[in-house]
Design a protein around this ligand. Structure first.
Ligand code: ATP
Length: 376
């Protein structure tokens, strides 16, 4: 969908912001651009909608060179979201969202109806639509920014640190919302951040840049984490990159074992029978009971996990659990079984090896395709 071919950007003051960039951003996917401050992420993004023009090289959107298109027309097909949301302070939230449809001549009624629909899409109430931007929290303003960018249903979204100015809890919520929205909307998204955790959560592909506008590696998150191309990328990913990889894998394929349970209203179990999972009449896990403890000992809390939870969450829970077991439930919260810390660990190790192997075969395929006469 978006293709950079040998693109350079040198500003008149002599700064090279982007150096010989060749990169593809696939249709319907989120490509995240990461790297430390000043490495050219924003400039790369802005060259897509021609807020900045490249010094050399070609950028194609849907096969067409962006420089051969009228900038205003090009931007109609590209939504743009920035960190400070960029809302007009003297217009209501609803009118802010309706901005682009109005510019496109939709008529006030149709534009407002679309804006109202989008308010709901991004999780805001109709009442919020009547307020002015300063009457909303930072997180809500960012949602409005996303709604405004989506108003004319552009196939492409450029998002420049859109969640950078909100606290970590709201940031996670906004990321969840974007993941949910993207499942429905399937936009081609270029997303800039300097937060590697955000990149791993959101990206279908992650492009890592270093100072001077150099692209160092572009790969799917699991491949990047399992096989960073060099020490720079490894440092950028951080020391816990194996744990980050666990956040990309769900529990679904990890085998279940039968749980030893006791009903909450049952008589006290015999001492010495090891930790038991106390369940409700509906078979919902309530806590761990250690019969070797005193009668008055409280239950150890349990946080039941579903198949959609990550291996990282499972490992975390298994550390706190008395016997190293995690309780697993179905979508209704009913117990399906337990899984041991060892089983989680073994699956995590296998997952790591698979990701590393996938990354190696990709690297080999790329090397082969660059060899004259090489075939893939
Ligand atoms: N209009 C400009 N004129 C001159 N230099 C510029 C201009 N815009 C950006 N630069 C420089 O180009 C380099 C890349 O900037 P850019 O904003 O693309 O980086 P970035 O990775 O997005 O940084 P940040 O994470 O801090 O936003 C920097 O050295 C910056 O100072």
């Amino acid at each position: 969908m978006i293709k950079f071919d040998a693109v350079n950007k040198r500003f008149p003051n002599g700064t090279t912001a982007v150096h010989d960039l060749t990169l593809e951003m696939p249709e319907g996917g989120i490509t995240v651009l990461v790297g430390s401050s000043g490495c050219g992420k924003t400039t790369t993004l802005r060259m897509i909608n021609r807020m900045v023009d490249p010094t050399s090289g070609t950028i194609r959107l849907g096969g067409k060179d962006v420089l051969e298109q009228d900038a205003a027309e090009l931007r109609r097909g590209i939504g743009y979201v920035i960190q400070q949301s960029g809302l007009f302070p003297h217009r209501t939230v609803l009118d802010n969202i309706a901005t682009v449809p109005l510019l496109l001549g939709w008529g006030r009624k149709k534009a407002r109806a679309r804006a109202a629909e989008l308010l709901e899409t991004v999780g805001l109430t109709a009442e919020a639509g009547k307020r002015y931007p300063h009457q909303l929290s930072g997180g809500q303003q960012q949602r409005v920014g996303v709604a405004r960018a989506l108003a004319a249903d552009p196939p492409v979204l450029l998002m420049d640190e859109p969640f950078g100015a909100v606290d970590p809890v709201v940031r996670t919520q906004l990321q969840d919302e974007l993941i949910r929205l993207q499942r429905e909307l399937n936009k081609t998204i270029a997303f800039v951040t300097h937060d590697i955790d955000e990149a791993v959560r959101l990206g279908d592909r992650i492009a890592v840049f270093r100072t001077g506008g150099h692209l160092v590696q572009c790969a799917a998150p699991a491949e990047l984490l399992a096989r960073p191309a060099d020490d720079f990328v490894a440092d950028f990913l951080g020391a816990e990159r194996e744990l980050k990889l666990l956040s990309l894998t769900t529990l679904a394929e990890v085998p279940l074992q039968r749980a030893t349970t006791v009903r909450e209203d049952a008589p006290a179990p015999p001492a010495g029978s090891g930790p038991l999972l106390v369940v409700s009449a509906r078979n919902e896990p309530l806590g761990w009971l250690d019969p070797s403890g005193t009668d008055a000992a409280p239950l150890t809390p349990v946080r039941p996990l579903r198949d959609t939870d990550t291996l990282l969450a499972a490992l975390n829970e298994s550390i706190a659990s008395p016997a190293g077991l995690i309780a697993r439930v179905d979508a209704d919260g009913v117990l399906t079984g337990v899984t041991s810390r060892e089983a989680i660990h073994e699956h995590a190790g296998r997952r790591h090896q698979e990701a590393a192997r996938a990354a190696v075969s990709l690297t080999e395929a790329t090397a082969l395709s660059k060899t004259p006469g090489g075939t893939v």
